[in-house]
Ligand binder design. Structure first.
Ligand code: SF4
Length: 98
């Protein structure tokens, strides 16, 4: 009996490629002094780990690795904490299938 090989999300994400639209982030965190519970949830909810805390305790995003899954849209746009849109045509994630 052979065991299934374990695959980590990070290993699979490594195969994706991104065309970064420099200076035009498609997701923005609204300015805040103290993050809401929804913003803090994004630190763990984003599968690509695009969200992080800065030294001032505020949530920031680096969209370069975003896989456009929409998780943060559900959590953060509904609460008014982020602005979410798809990247311009031709930019963003390039999925590799197979
Ligand atoms: Fe992360 Fe998905 Fe939001 Fe992109 S759309 S920043 S991958 S949660």
């Amino acid at each position: 009996m052979s065991a299934e090989p374990s695959v980590r999300v990070e290993d699979k994400l490594f195969y994706n490629r991104y065309l970064v639209d420099a200076g035009r982030a498609h997701i923005k965190v609204r300015p805040h002094s103290k993050p809401s519970p929804e913003l803090l949830a994004l630190l763990k909810a984003c599968p690509a780990r695009c969200y992080e805390l800065n030294n001032q305790g505020q949530v920031e995003i680096a969209v370069d690795g975003c896989i456009e899954c929409g998780t943060c849209r559900v959590i953060g746009e509904a609460s008014g904490d982020i602005e979410w849109s798809y990247p311009r045509g031709g930019y963003g994630v390039l999925f590799k299938f197979g």
